[in-house]
Design a protein around this ligand. Sequence first.
Ligand code: NAI
Ligand code: MG
Length: 368
Amino acid sequence: MANPSLLILPGDGIGPEVMAEVRKIIDWFGAKRGLVFDVSEDLVGGAAYDVHGVPLSDETMAKAQEADAVLLGAVGGPKYDKLDFSVKPERGLLRLRKEMDLFSNLRPAQCFDALADFSSLKKDIIAGLDIMIVRELTSGVYFGEPRGIFTEGNERVGINTQRYTESEIARVARSAFELARRRGNKVCSMEKANVMESGILWREVVQEVHDKEYPDVELSHMYADNGAMQLVRWPKQFDVIVTDNLFGDVLSDCAAMLTGSLGMLPSASLGAPMANGRPKALYEPVHGSAPDIAGQGKANPIACVLSFAMALRYSFDQGNDADRLEKAVEKVLADGVRTADLMQNAGETPVSTSQMGDAIIAALDASL
Ligand code: NAI
Ligand code: MG
């Protein structure tokens, strides 16, 4: 059987720097664990604009549609700020998400014990936290019609429309239940069914999908405003949270920041299953291209490394090796290895991007 394929799009700024460390780790899994990927690399964002005059070429788009998973670094930078909106680096990323129809956005909030002091919450509330927010990404109020700014009488009115079809809710609910089965087997669905009809439908459809297809998973429902309170009060009560595009945008940023640095946060965006049963998938760190530190070897590669761990788990069914990689990251942090963004005390010496990658490889070696 052919090896699974992985399309790598390093992008701009620190994207190529953090991706270089992930390449070392991919090679390690090939050499030491027999997990060989068919890796190809291509351009996205400003890097693609420089060569093709567009932030994502049709050829690259076609490769992304074929790949078993896409791993992206980051796009954008001051050099491209004045470009026309239609060719801005971010449009490359948006095109990928749209044409791959990636409706399920996975944002973990995971706290490594060694970094528990980084949180704005008390250590015992946050230590050991491991939750996953599933945000619907392709519908809802960011896309619903009618929208716009209109004039009514003698004043302006701004309009957006929250709109969800049954099938849009059902598919993201399935995605959350599937994830829960691989984790703590618990889903909490959040909406505002008390004040929004789309929320009433959301609650009904999630419950129906549960009862018909996933009765083994524990399901609860919560109003999203209460959900926000519960997230900062006692986040460990949750396993998987599933919610709409707008609430998910806010709740996932809130949950992610419970755990500390932007340089630590991975993400995945999943679509419908392909012919081989794997979901269409794009994995990327939450952070951007960090022009302020680009080219200096200062970037923390962990967000990108953990994005690859998510690919191992959710695209390639290698949960044990995903655990192995996450444990290696945990060990390196417990040993006090820190890039500059993770420094708390003056006088500590940070490691470089590649030293962090090497430390993770050493921890992987020690795991064999
Ligand atoms: P950013 O995430 O690039 O940087 C924000 C701050 O966090 C900076 O001080 C940066 O140095 C730091 N930081 C980010 N990632 C880090 C890492 N791995 N290690 C250490 N420090 C890290 O967000 P910003 O500054 O708002 O945007 C910069 C550029 O990136 C813009 O062109 C923006 O459009 C683009 N961007 C791209 C994203 C993507 O590719 N998904 C997401 C967000 C922004
Ligand atoms: Mg946001």
